[in-house]
Write a protein that binds this ligand. Structure first.
Ligand SMILES: Cc1ncc(C[n+]2csc(CCOP(=O)(O)OP(=O)(O)O)c2C)c(N)n1
Ligand SMILES: [Mg+2]
Length: 325
C-alpha cells in the first residue's frame, strides 16, 4: 500500500476512535440516551469497508458501526456530525434524532439502516441486492454482521438465497470473538465463521481485521468480484472489541493485552507509517486533529435542538402523515 492511501486510512481510523471515545465520555455523563455499543478496537475493519463503499452502494450497519456511518455521511452527504447529533437524539441528526444508535439510516449516504433485531437485515439486504441485479447496476449490497448474528436463521437463509440467485451481496462478518459473553467457538460449530459460509459455494475469505492493509485489500477484492458480476462474497474479519456489552472486563488479561497493545489496529498502522518516514509528531498530529473534529461534532450535537414533539409521528411511514393527538 502506498503512503497516501495508508495515511488516509490512518486518519479515518483515528476519526472513528476519537468519535467513539468522545461518545463514551458523553454517554458516561448521561448526555447520550439509550444504549451504547462502540466500535473501539474495530477501526481497521470499519475504515476498510467505508473506504470502498460508494454512495450508490447500499450497506446495513450493525450496532457498532458509528464509524462507518460517520465516514459515509461525511463523504457522501458532507456532514459526519449529523451522525453524532443522531446519537444525541437531536433534531439535526440523520433521522431527526428519532433513530439513535440502533435505528439510524440515510439511504442517500448508502446507509439502509441498522435494526436492533440483530440479523433482521440479512433478509432485507437480499431485496436491495436483487433490485440492483434486476436493474443491471454494478453496485454492492453489504450486510455488516457480528459473529453472534450467525446463529440467527436469517443468516443461513440469506447466504443460500444469495448463492442461488447470484446476488451482488457482500457479507462482512465482524468476528470479534464474542457475542455478549459467549466465545465464538462455544456459540457456533466453528470459531472461524468462514468455515460455515463456505458451504454455500461462493467466494469466501478470512482476513486479519486489525491489519488495515490486509483488510483494505480484501475489501477491494470483494468489491471487484461483486461489481464484476461474480456474485456474492463472504468476508470474515478477525478482530476484537474493547468494550464488553455490559460494564466490567470478562476476558483474560493476556487477551486484553494482546489486542489492545500488541495487535491494535492504529498502533500497527502507525508502525508502518514510521517505516515510511513519518515522525512521532506527525502521528500525534493526526490524533489531535481527529479529537478536535470530534469535539466540534459533539458541540454541534449538544447545541442542536431536541426534536419537536409535534413531529413525533412524522417520517414514520413513507408518504404518510399520521394525524391525531
Ligand atoms: C435478535 C436479537 N437477539 C438478541 C439481541 C440482543 N443483543 C444485542 S447485541 C448482542 C450480541 C451480538 O453479538 P455479535 O453479533 O457477536 O456482536 P458484537 O456485540 O460482539 O459486536 C445481542 C445478543 C438482539 N439485539 N437481537
Ligand atoms: Mg461478536
Amino acid at each position: 500500500m502506498n503512503e497516501p492511501t495508508l495515511s488516509s486510512l490512518y486518519r479515518d481510523m483515528w476519526l472513528i476512535r476519537a468519535f467513539e471515545q468522545g461518545l463514551e465520555t458523553e454517554f458516561a455523563k448521561g448526555n447520550v440516551p439509550g444504549m451504547l455499543h462502540t466500535g473501539l478496537g474495530q477501526e481497521a475493519t470499519q475504515a476498510a469497508l467505508a473506504a470502498h463503499l460508494d454512495a450508490t452502494d447500499s450497506y446495513f450497519p450493525d450496532h457498532r458501526c458509528h464509524g462507518v456511518n460517520a465516514l459515509a455521511q461525511e463523504r457522501h452527504r458532507g456532514g459526519g456530525r449529523r451522525i453524532m447529533a443522531e446519537l444525541f437524539g437531536r433534531s439535526t441528526g440523520v433521522c431527526s434524532g428519532k433513530g439513535g444508535s440502533l435505528h439510524s439510516a440515510d439511504p442517500l449516504a448508502g446507509n439502509f439502516g441498522n435494526n436492533a433485531i440483530e440479523g433482521s437485515y440479512m433478509a432485507t439486504v437480499l431485496g436491495v441486492a436483487l433490485a440492483a441485479k434486476m436493474r443491471g447496476e454494478a453496485k454492492v449490497a453489504c450486510a455488516i454482521i457480528g459473529d453472534g448474528t450467525v446463529g440467527r436463521g436469517e443468516f443461513h437463509e440469506s447466504l443460500n438465497m444469495s448463492a442461488i440467485w447470484e446476488l451482488p451481496t457482500l457479507y462482512a462478518c465482524v468476528n470479534n470473538g464474542y457475542a455478549i459473553y459467549t466465545p465464538v467457538g462455544k456459540g457456533h460449530a466453528s470459531a472461524d465463521i468462514v468455515d460455515l459460509a463456505r458451504g454455500y459455494g461462493f467466494r469466501c475469505e478470512q482476513v486479519d481485521g486489525n491489519d488495515i492493509v490486509a483488510a483494505h485489500e480484501a475489501v477491494g477484492r470483494a468489491f471487484e468480484h461483486i461489481r464484476g458480476g461474480g456474485g456474492p462474497f463472504f468476508l470474515e474479519f478477525k478482530t476484537w472489541r474493547w468494550q464488553g456489552v455490559f460494564s466490567g472486563e470478562f476476558r483474560p488479561a493476556e487477551e486484553v493485552e494482546y489486542w489492545r497493545k500488541d495487535h491494535d489496529a492504529i498502533l500497527m498502522a502507525g508502525d508502518r507509517l514510521r517505516q515510511m518516514g513519518w515522525t512521532d509528531e506527525h502521528l500525534a498530529e493526526v490524533e489531535s486533529e481527529a479529537h478536535a473534529t470530534i469535539s466540534d461534532w459533539i458541540d454541534f450535537a449538544k447545541e442542536s435542538p431536541m426534536p419537536d414533539p409535534a413531529k413525533a409521528t412524522s417520517d414514520v411511514y413513507v408518504g404518510f402523515e399520521v394525524s391525531g393527538s
